[in-house]
Design a protein around this ligand. Structure first.
Ligand code: ADP
Length: 625
């Protein structure tokens, strides 16, 4: 028999195909099953006008059988089959897609056809050393056999086959040190692959399993029987109308498909009509996966094209700030590129991404309004990500996200939104005040926070690294400026009080300069009226706050010079400060020691480390002795 050569371009492509296009060898099965499903679609489509050419709807099936001994994997379908010419044209020329021709000839929008590129079939050579395709079309007396061992070329000859359809036999490669191919012959691995990639193919995919069954009437005895099983679910959950799906079904689907032990906190299931049509089934998990806040976490939605999974984690359709969302998008509008795994970001995906973003935002707003408890649970898990979203990309998304974020309120130590905070502001309150600390309680203990609270104003208590950066990015909310209470921006004092303080600072300048010199590392020392009962506190001047400097200095590539311009604020009326004034004239050396102790206490209150703990310990002990 004459061996025919693949066309030259085909040869190169085939070589590339086998070696590089697909990164996972296992997808060959998805490709062959998709082709079989397309072929059945075609036969079914034809039978709509020529009923004699088709079968009953429930007779269509894709059948798989595997034989480990002979290393043969057979995938057969009762679809349209191929004539000798078609075998030659479709399989002899790579990148010649019969499906595409069929689609354009028939403008068959009613048939979902997956194959578009004419390359999927060749993925069989990633796992097989030889592939045989036996095929017969309706009305022909003869069947044809196409056979190839890869780049060498192929043979085509007449053969016997009773039923219309196609049978593809893969002679699976021997196992080697680098690759194990035997899993493609193992029934349970095949079942797993079908579930993974082809679960929602519209026709049943069936395979025989050898199982041990108890023998009736003979206790303890079993016999091997063959059981024919359908491997795929056929109708995807998301294709059913939402009204027909129970909460349990949604949850089971989520926990099994997205590997979570807890049911989701929210389900979104909708069909989008318009320029790009798709169905989305999206879930908001009820807790963050263990690796969520690490580099290992991969965001993305599963992408289906007509029931076939084309990508497991498509990151383009999810913005980073909603990276916690799990789920899938199914659209027959999504164009498949040559390798379905490296789907390029295209126009459709961008359209979908924008719509998905809107949908998630409106769902979160709805949850916040109608089920606050749930929203707070959600926010505990993923709030940092939203806050990070405000800060990232130079604040591009702040409008979108600002009403979804929350901070702890000093009123009741519970979460509040910015809108709620502003709605409670007394008329004379100029700014939105916030304090930072390791925990909300600690932030509230800052001397300046106490003073703001004493004025009757509410504070936002920030305790996460990202928090202040988020507010700095927002800058203001409903025209109210955000003010960190531990900065020179704190604007509580009345004109009169400010004048009095200025006078005090003026007249006490000599002592204040002395303190600045003896303590060191300070930008300024001044009297303040915003310390409540506390003797001293630290604040900052200029854009860099104490909290921001603390966070930034923790970063791996931190600039060691990074620091805030620290101001030591003193409460002139406090006995400890009065003592310093006294000592300044009586005993300068002891005065300097008091100043250093007080300054270190202020550092501790601000969450900063004591620079020289040994010296500090000695100073205290000296006083105690
Ligand atoms: P694609 O499916 O992307 O078009 P393939 O390389 O997978 O490309 O297949 C090439 C062509 O071969 C298909 O378009 C189809 O016309 C034909 N074909 C492949 N498998 C079958 C099958 N099981 N039954 C009928 N035709 C098939």
């Amino acid at each position: 028999m004459e061996k025919r050569q693949f066309q030259t371009e085909s040869k190169k492509l085939l070589d590339m195909m086998i070696n590089s296009i697909y990164t996972h060898k296992e997808i060959f099965l998805r490709e062959l099953i998709s082709n079989a499903s397309d072929a059945i679609d075609k036969r079914y489509f034809r039978s709509l006008t020529e009923p004699e050419t088709g079968l009953n709807r429930d007779e269509y099936e894709i059948s798989i059988s595997a034989d480990e001994a002979s290393r043969k994997l057979v995938i057969s379908d009762n679809g349209c089959g191929m004539t000798a010419d078609e075998l030659e044209n479709n399989l002899g020329t790579i990148a010649k897609s019969g499906s595409l021709d069929f689609k354009s000839e028939n403008s068959a929008d009613s048939v979902d056809i997956i194959g578009q590129f004419g390359v999927g079939f060749y993925s069989a050579f990633m796992v097989a050393e030889k592939v045989t395709v036996v095929s017969k079309v309706y009305g022909a007396d003869k069947a044809y056999k196409w056979e190839s061992e890869g780049v060498d070329g192929y043979t085509l000859e007449e053969c016997e086959k009773d039923a219309v359809g196609t049978e593809i036999t893969l002679y699976i490669k021997p196992d080697s040190e680098e690759e194990d191919y035997c899993e493609f012959l193992e029934p349970y691995s095949i079942q797993r692959l079908v579930k993974k990639y082809s679960d929602y193919i519209h026709y049943p995919i069936r395979m025989d399993f050898e199982v041990n069954k108890p023998v009736e009437g003979k206790e303890g005895e079993t016999e091997k029987v063959t059981e024919r099983r359908t491997l795929n679910s056929i109708t995807p959950l998301w294709r059913k109308p939402a009204a027909e799906i129970s909460e349990k079904e949604y949850n089971n689907f989520y926990t099994s498909k997205f590997m979570d032990y807890e049911p989701p906190i929210r389900v979104m299931h909708y069909k989008q009509e318009g320029t790009v049509e798709y169905t989305a089934l999206l879930y908001i998990p009820s807790h963050a996966p263990f690796d969520y806040y690490s580099k290992n976490y991969e965001k993305g939605l599963q992408l289906y094209s007509s029931g076939v999974m084309v990508m497991d984690k498509c990151s383009e359709v999810l913005p980073d700030y909603f990276s916690f969302v799990k789920g899938l998008i199914d659209s027959s509008d999504i164009s498949l590129n040559i390798s379905r795994e490296t789907l390029q970001q295209d126009h459709q995906l961008r359209t979908i991404s924008r719509a998905v973003e809107k949908k998630i935002k409106s769902e979160l707003s709805k949850m916040m309004e109608t089920d606050r408890e749930k929203y707070e649970k959600f926010f505990k898990a993923f709030g940092s990500q939203l806050k990070f979203g405000v800060y990232s990309d130079y604040g591009t998304h702040k409008e979108l996200l600002q009403d979804l974020i929350m901070f702890t309120s000093s009123n009741d130590m519970k979460y509040t939104t910015l809108k709620e905070y502003v709605s409670r502001m007394p008329e004379e309150q100029k700014s939105i005040y916030y304090a930072c600390g390791d925990a909300p309680e600690k932030a509230l203990r800052l001397p300046q926070a106490g003073a703001v609270k004493a004025k009757g104003y509410e504070l936002l208590l920030l305790s996460e690294d990202v928090d202040e950066f988020t507010l700095q990015t927002l800058m203001s909310y409903e025209d109210k400026k955000f003010v960190n209470v531990a900065t020179d921006e704190l604007d509580l004092a009345s004109e009169e009080e400010t004048k009095k303080l200025n006078d005090e600072n003026e007249s006490g300048k000599e002592l204040l300069d002395f303190i600045k010199e003896k303590v060191g590392g300070l930008h300024a020392v001044k009297y303040s009226a915003a310390l409540g009962d506390h003797p001293a506190a630290l604040s900052s001047e200029g854009g860099m706050t104490i909290e921001m400097a603390r966070v930034l200095s923790k970063m791996p590539d931190a600039d060691s010079q990074l620091s805030a311009s620290l101001v030591l604020e003193l409460n002139a009326a406090h006995p400890a400060v009065e003592k310093i004034k006294e000592l300044y004239s009586a005993d300068k050396e002891l005065c300097a020691k008091h100043c250093r102790i007080l300054a270190n206490c202020a550092r501790v209150m601000s969450g900063l480390e004591i620079e020289d703990p040994e010296e500090f310990g000695n100073l205290i002990c000296e006083l105690l002795a």
